[in-house]
Write a protein that binds this ligand. Structure first.
Ligand code: GLC
Length: 693
């Protein structure tokens, strides 16, 4: 697996020996990545690409229900090991210098010396091809009770142009639809022509190295950049799946590229992963829900059937069926939506999110999240290890990280969904959930001195709708470390809440996204940063930032992790320090007007990351040692550092990536239903008197 051919950007150089699949930009517009020929079909063999056949962009045009597989074909491949990974090369391809094209039953075929293009049409094989139906989409798999019957009005023509509702100019910046855009910054970017030149802003040597490494981590598919590998560690003898493109890991890469003016890779990533969403996926004969996004994918090169010496590239996703522990990638779809919004906000290109296929992708993800289950709470119920912490760590149930990303994705979804008869019920469901979710989190997940004191005096076994101790928490559950640790000022959202169970551990990512998305009230958001500041030595120390605090030790570690040797106390997910959390911390600090706090953390990281080889994580209480099993040249460490730097330099760009309090939601607060008593208790009412959070 490790030596198979994920294609780095450097492979494009051995002169496009990878032959490229047909991209129908000239026929169906620049987004179309397929042929649309209903008369052409070819059955798929039982191979990776059989399973991998995907229904792609015919849904863009809303024209046909045919699935397309793009194949990138190479002759007589030989592996070239480059930077620890194997690439494909071809001797014969480069000798052909004639450009020719032909249309055959198998599709369009073009040779151009170093590039050959070929598209193959397939009879749809995947179960979930309703994205490809012309205009109507039957949503009978999710939410039978149904808040939605998806109907794409007007198909492809229903693409809204970017509407500039409001534009104000002052000095060298404009405010566009409420977001500040720095014209000088864009001018500077535009004056420069190549991406490399763009990098040469005022980049320090370390930043320059980081850019070089980030670019070297780029993966191409059919000649186009589509993502970055998780780690590019030449010394790694067992890369497992670190040579894949992880959805969550790509987020900081995407932001670094976007902030640097390189939007293409992000757009490609979004569109290719969207195609993977409809992949036929099975884990031991069971098919997980439609709309699921993979945890990761890999570009593989496989022999092309019926040919001699020809190879094709295929995208091979992992929905958890190969992942260690078979964990479900619940966060992937949420990150995808967040990234899609960021793409629009930073580039100003809203046509991507308005595409019919992209709109359908958003709806599928949100439908999956909003579908009815046995749950009693508005929080998302998930299994252990379904997010960044993708191993058993006692975070099953309603972990904070998933809730904060869910809230953010719902806010993104509501912003991006085109409202029409077919989506208005979904939008209403999103609004309802946003309201209920933020109420639930603000009320029940918040921990501070006052709240602990309340829990300490809880009565238990209360049976009634107006119980004070709703979750029947036994005060004995308050851990001894917390009693001494909780500061007088500030607080945080606890890690998890379930019947008779509160996980009081501090999880950084969830708390940061509560700030970024305004899941918390302004007071709570400030409280989280206060706590990080006060507890700097515990949460940052030598390397920002602890993934969770404190570590589980002894019996607790044995029972909760199942004696996981990778998650020993103060290592990896169990209290390890992860530099990739830096960009999210930076974003949260900028939002709350405390960039100096972020700057302090960035400086700490800058002193060590490059010298240490850009590790994935650090170990020990203070984050002094490079992680026991940490990869080096971990891409999201590199990209997170670059993104943090750029956000600090361009706070107006950062402002495109976070949200203020949603006052409309406050108006329809669910707790208002509970009558006067509950109104009083509701933090939302307090928030109304505050100035945006
Ligand atoms: C580890 C991390 C996970 C990350 C992956 C690839 O499994 O826990 O969050 O996505 O590595 O870097």
């Amino acid at each position: 697996m490790s030596s198979s051919s994920s294609i780095g950007i450097s492979t494009v150089k051995p002169c496009c020996r990878i032959l490229i699949g047909y991209r129908g930009s000239s026929i169906f517009g620049s987004h179309a990545r397929s042929l649309d020929n209903p008369n052409s079909s070819k059955s798929h063999s039982k191979s990776i690409h059989n399973r991998g056949s995907y229904c792609s962009s015919s849904r863009n045009s809303g024209r046909s229900s045919h699935c397309i597989v793009q194949r990138c074909i190479a002759h007589q491949p030989s592996s070239v090991v480059h930077g620890g990974r194997a690439f494909i090369s071809s001797a014969s391809a480069s000798s052909n210098s004639i450009i020719r094209s032909r249309i055959s039953a198998a599709g369009f075929y073009a040779d151009s010396g170093i590039l050959r293009r070929r598209g193959v049409l397939l009879v749809p094989k995947v179960a979930s091809d309703y994205r490809n139906q012309s205009t109507s989409v039957d949503n009978n798999h999710v939410n039978e009770k149904g808040f939605e019957q998806i109907y794409i009005q007007g198909g492809f023509n229903n693409v809204k142009p970017l509407v500039i509702e409001e534009i104000e100019k002052s000095g060298n910046s404009v405010v566009l639809n409420g977001s500040a855009v720095d014209l000088d910054y864009f001018k500077e970017l535009n004056e420069k022509t190549t991406p490399q030149e763009k990098d040469e802003r005022v980049a320090s040597e370390i930043e320059k190295e980081a850019w070089k490494l980030l670019r070297a981590a780029t993966v191409t598919y059919c000649g186009s950049p589509v993502g970055t590998v998780a780690a590019n560690d030449p010394g790694d003898k067992q890369p497992l799946n670190y040579d894949q493109v992880f959805i969550r890991d790509f987020v900081p890469s995407a932001l670094a590229f976007l902030l640097n003016g390189d939007a293409e890779i992000v757009k490609n990533f979004l569109l290719h992963t969207l195609q993977l969403q409809s992949w036929e996926k099975t884990v031991d004969c069971y098919s997980p829900g439609q709309g699921l996004m993979p945890a990761s994918f890999k570009v593989r090169s496989v022999p092309l059937e019926g040919t001699e010496g020809e190879f094709e590239e295929v995208l091979d996703p992992d929905f958890g069926e190969s992942a260690i522990g078979r964990v479900a990638p619940v966060d992937s779809g949420l990150w995808w939506i967040i990234m899609l919004r960021a793409y629009g906000k930073i580039t100003g290109d809203y046509t991507l999110q308005e595409r019919v296929d992209v709109q359908t992708g958003i709806r599928l993800i949100l439908n999956l999240c909003l579908s009815d289950g046995f749950d009693m709470f508005p929080t998302l119920l998930v299994t252990d290890g379904s997010c960044m912490i993708d191993r058993r760590m006692g975070i099953h149930g309603h972990p904070l990280e998933i809730q904060a990303l869910f809230y953010s994705a719902l806010r993104c979804g509501r912003e991006m969904l085109t409202v029409h008869d077919g989506t208005k019920n979904l939008v209403a469901a999103i609004n309802k959930r946003l309201s209920a979710l933020s109420f639930h989190m603000r009320e029940y997940y918040w921990v501070d001195m006052k709240k602990i004191n309340e829990i300490y005096r809880y009565k238990t076994e209360e049976y009634s709708t107006d119980a004070v101790n709703k979750f029947n928490i036994y005060p004995e559950q308050i851990p001894s470390w917390l009693v001494d640790w909780i500061p007088e000022e500030g607080g945080y959202f606890m890690g998890n809440l379930q019947p008779a169970h509160m996980d009081f551990r501090f999880f950084t990512l969830g708390n940061l996204w509560s700030i970024i998305s305004s899941l918390g009230t302004r007071e709570q958001n400030e409280g989280i940063l206060d706590l990080i500041d006060t507890k700097w030595d515990d949460l940052v120390a030598h390397m920002p930032l602890k993934i969770s605090y404190p570590a589980m030790e002894g019996e607790e570690w044995r029972i909760i992790t199942g004696s996981d040797p990778k998650n020993t106390p103060w290592s990896y997910h169990n209290g390890g320090s992860w530099p990739t959390l830096l960009w999210q911390f930076t974003l949260a600090c900028i939002k709350m007007g405390r960039p100096e706090l972020a700057q302090k953390a960035v400086s700490l990281a800058e002193q060590r990351l490059a010298a240490d080889g850009w590790p994935e994580y650090y170990d020990t209480r203070g984050g002094r040692f490079i992680g026991k099993q940490s990869r080096n040249y971990q891409t999201w460490t590199i990209a997170g550092f670059l993104t943090s730097k750029m956000l600090l330099e361009n706070p107006e760009k950062a402002s495109l990536l976070f949200w203020d309090e949603d006052y409309e939601l406050l108006e329809t607060c669910v707790c208002a239903l509970g009558g006067k008593a509950s109104r009083k208790k509701c933090s939302r009412f307090a928030a109304r008197s505050q100035d945006g959070a």
